[in-house]
Design a protein around this ligand. Structure first.
Ligand code: S3P
Length: 447
């Protein structure tokens, strides 16, 4: 892991930039990459994946699936090959499963292990070891799995799975695609029908991909809620998957182009699944010039190239209903808001407090240090923008704290581009969890 205690933190100052111009391609979608490996490992036969994100979080999932019996290799041209063991065929891992920084790997794999007759111990880094796992322990206990977790329902955690597992009907108490996916993945190896009721829609990659792999899954809409049913003891068929670019990674470049005067950037191959694309709508409401070029479909997902030009943004009240469709993009939205004219308010963001860091407090502290005017509330931030005047930047030796959170590091890097003196980030190692070539791509756009 890049952020292992053995390697020292890597501070870096992100300096003000001239216009960003050119075209870039962001790496594959993280959510789809995790699911490709997991579902490929449960299919019988060979699944082939192109465009897989080769960030640390996804590599942690690959390693975990190998520990449980799948054969996963990367070919020289970057194609990944997965020979699965079949639903019900996961093997007992002989060592603890090292999850690094990855909440998605942990929660989804807990779902898979829960309905197999195996015991697994999950461990993670300091950030992941603080994150709540009770939200998956609750439903997975109902199917019959047993847990021995650290205080407060955190990692390290040992899970004793059960087979046959009891199929359950579960109403999600939090808007979480990870919890939804954990229950559905557990349901794959339960005899009968697993039902998840989702009051607030969240990213639907699991549903799309489970269906793509041949599972019998239906989604019904009733009174604004999603009722998802999955027939267990599924037999998954191997697939050829082309992973679209990650909108959550594209987000950093979209905001960078909007706030750096003179910029005109084309971001190619961006996944625009409606359950993920909320940020681009919000930026357009703020006056951002974001054009979708060549809309098409890749791997069952809507995709387009995004042409983004510098724009004078205006502050808005962000509708809390859009939060699930841009849940990972708030840190970088806060940067855009800091450079907008007027005030931006965000509410309904309690979930941001339990991400890789407490993203409300981490971003309020980081932006304040960089000279922005921020008020932190229980469930959101209020940001008084500069109207386009660069932020002052961080004082000479004072670095913003990223708290092992890749998205805080990348957001503050973007803030540095539109600052007077640059922004010093205390540690850029966490960026490798989701976007290993972020700094190289950023450098390729500045003249
Ligand atoms: C993810 C779901 C989201 C998101 C995370 C990836 C997924 O988490 O923040 O980065 O792939 O299912 P929650 O389900 O906790 O909101």
């Amino acid at each position: 892991m890049s952020a292992s205690p053995d390697s020292p933190p890597q501070p870096r100052r992100f300096m003000p930039s001239g216009p960003l111009t050119g075209r870039i391609r962001v790496p594959g979608d993280k959510s789809i990459s995790h699911r490709s490996l997991m579902l490929g490992a449960l299919a019988v036969g060979e699944t082939r994946v192109t465009g897989l994100l080769e960030g640390e979080d996804v590599l942690a999932t690959a390693q975990a699936m190998r520990q449980m019996g799948a054969t996963i290799t990367r070919e020289d041209d970057g194609t990944w090959s997965i020979h699965g063991v079949g639903v019900g065929g996961l093997l007992q891992p002989s060592e603890p499963i090292e999850m690094g920084n990855s909440g998605t790997s942990t929660r989804l794999l807990m779902g898979l292990v829960a309905s197999h007759d195996i015991t697994a111990t999950f461990v993670g880094d300091a950030s992941l070891s603080k994150r709540p796992m009770g939200r998956v322990i609750d439903p997975l206990s109902q199917i019959g799995a047993e847990f021995d977790a650290s205080e407060g329902g955190t990692l390290p955690l040992t899970l004793r799975g059960i087979s046959p597992a009891v199929p359950i009907t579960y109403r999600l108490p939090v808007a979480s695609a990870q919890v939804k996916s954990a229950v559905l993945l557990a349901g794959l190896n339960a005899a009968g029908i697993t039902t998840v009721i989702e009051p607030v829609p969240t990213r639907d990659h699991s549903e799309r991909m489970l269906r793509g792999f041949g599972a019998d899954l239906t989604v019904e809409e009733k009174d604004g809620e999603h009722i998802i049913t999955l027939h267990g003891e599924a037999e998954l068929e191997p697939q050829e998957i082309d992973v679209p670019g990650d909108p959550s990674s594209a987000a950093f470049f979209a905001v960078a182009a909007l706030i750096v005067p003179g910029s005109d950037v084309l971001i190619e191959n961006v996944g625009l699944n409606p359950t993920r694309a909320g940020l681009f709508d919000v930026l357009r409401q703020m006056g951002g010039d974001i054009e979708e070029v060549n809309p098409r479909e890749v791997g069952g997902e809507p995709v387009a190239d995004l042409r983004v030009r510098h724009s004078q943004l205006k502050g808005i009240a962000v509708d809390p209903a859009v939060a699930p469709s841009m849940i990972d993009e708030f840190p970088v939205l806060f940067i855009a808001a800091s450079l907008a004219e007027g005030t931006t308010t965000t509410t309904g963001l309690d979930e941001l407090r339990v991400k890789e860091s407490d993203r409300l407090s981490a971003m309020a502290d980081a932006l304040t240090l960089a000279g922005a005017t921020i008020e932190e509330h229980e469930d959101g931030l209020t940001i008084h923008g500069t109207g386009g005047t660069p932020l002052p930047g961080t004082p000479k030796y004072a670095a913003v704290s990223t708290h092992l959170d890749h998205r805080i590091a990348m957001s503050m890097a973007v803030a540095g581009l539109a600052s007077g003196d640059g922004v010093l980030v205390d540690d850029v190692r966490p960026i490798a969890t989701s976007f290993p070539n972020f700094i190289a791509l950023l450098e390729s756009l500045s003249v």
